[in-house]
Design a protein around this ligand. Structure first.
Ligand SMILES: Cc1ncc(COP(=O)(O)O)c(C=O)c1O
Length: 397
């Protein structure tokens, strides 16, 4: 159900392949060269060819920034070392005493950064159920400076209404920051919905090949973009030209990959929903998903991720995972190869048991990131793993 990307003059497939490329006037190479140089010679006093030092700016990084900025519809982008580097950089916009509102079911690393690092630097946080935007409005105080949205959330795929949050936040002069890692700009464009800043872990779908960690910050206005670029330079959170090149290469196939990720996610979600061993499937493409209507409105597809609760808790989860042959038992998501993980002990281990419980993550929760392999092969792999379970869970109710 991909819609035309109306905000851009070219279709998203064309932007992915061409934007930021064709910079080599020396040999006319078709792909962007890697410029590993740390420094660039001045042509004379205060005269450069646009670059002086690679922490500040680098031509390979600029190519990636132009591409990602066009995909998200932003005016300025900073490509950084990891998704957490993107988050760390953005959080430096706020002084001690600032209050930030965010979701109660965000990525565990984001929770850790806020609760364990920035809280120690004098910032305060409210972790609320953002499924109800009334909770966001109720949490605003005179010290609130921003609302940090992750939608769909990791790992339970709850959605937040970005436009509704932006409307409330902007009435109070607050910034709206959206982590768009799970959807990628192929399925969701938060800046069009009112967000001021988009952050990405490019480690995931944007690069898509599980061979580089990276991040990006895309700003809606030149003023915000300039502050972010200054922070990236001051903090040194930029990514290397080699990593920028890998992500730029990965992005070229984003649309084809996202379509296959989505096909596989939908097929697996339907398969899992029909299994007696499965207590609940979390997938926004289901009509029964609590935010299905919002998903149809806010996203142009349902994405490539799903989670489910297996009956029998952690023991059953590990037994099931152990019998899979194609899925790798691994952290991360969004790569071409299928990955499966156990949030309680892996991606969300840094949350307290209480916070995990409030977020709805149980010992039996399993997160699935289907790759782009053949759909029947993935379905057979899961059917085989259910068949090999030590306990016949389907009889345990
Ligand atoms: C939604 C989300 N945001 C941010 C991050 C952090 O990204 P990175 O691992 O590239 O630092 C992750 C990592 O899993 C994530 O899932």
């Amino acid at each position: 159900m991909q819609k035309t990307n109306s905000a851009a003059s070219y279709g998203i497939e064309t932007i992915c392949v061409h934007k930021g490329v064709a910079k080599d006037s020396t040999f006319n190479s078709v792909t962007t060269p890697i410029y590993p140089s740390t420094t660039f010679a001045f042509e004379g006093p205060c005269r450069t060819k646009g670059y002086d030092y690679s922490r500040t700016a680098n031509p390979t990084r600029t190519a990636l920034e132009e591409c990602l900025g066009a995909l998200e519809g932003g005016v300025r982008t900073s490509a950084v070392a990891t998704g957490m580097a993107a988050e760390t950089t953005v959080m430096h916009l706020f002084e001690a005493g600032s209050h930030i509102i965010t979701g109660h079911d965000i990525y565990g690393g984001t929770y850790r950064l806020f609760a364990n690092v920035f809280a120690g630097h004098g910032l305060t946080f409210s972790f609320v159920n953002m499924g109800d935007v009334g909770n966001v409005a109720a949490a605003i105080t005179p010290q609130t400076r921003a609302v940090w949205v992750e939608t769909p959330s990791n790992p339970l795929l709850n959605l937040v209404d970005i436009a509704a949050v932006a409307e409330i936040a902007h009435r109070h002069g607050l910034l709206v920051i959206v982590d768009n890692t799970f959807m990628s700009p192929y399925f969701q464009r938060p800046l069009d919905l009112g967000a001021d800043i988009v952050v990405h872990s490019t480690t995931k779908y944007l690069n898509g090949h599980s061979d580089v960690v990276g991040g990006a910050i895309i700003s809606k206005t030149a003023e915000i973009g300039e502050r972010i670029a200054a922070l990236t330079n001051a903090l040194g959170t930029c990514c290397s030209p080699f990593d920028a090149w890998l992500v730029l290469r990965g992005v070229k196939t984003l649309p084809c990959r996202m379509r296959q990720h989505e096909r596989n996610a939908q097929a697996l979600a339907e398969f899992l929903a029909g299994r007696a061993e499965v207590e609940h499937v979390y997938y926004p493409g289901f009509k029964s998903h609590p935010h299905h209507e919002l998903a149809r409105r806010q996203m142009s597809g349902f994405g490539g991720m799903l989670s489910f609760d297996i009956r029998g808790g952690a023991a059953a989860a590990f037994d099931f995972i152990k019998h899979l042959k194609i899925f790798a038992f691994a952290e991360s998501l969004g790569g071409v190869e299928s990955l499966i993980e156990h949030p309680e002990t892996m991606s969300h281990a840094s949350m307290s048991p209480q916070a995990r419980m409030e977020a709805g993550i149980s010992p039996g929760t399993i997160r699935v990131s289907p790759g782009i392999e053949s759909t029947p092969d993935l379905l057979d792999d899961m059917a085989g793993a259910f068949g090999a379970l030590a306990n016949p869970l389907k009889d345990s109710g």
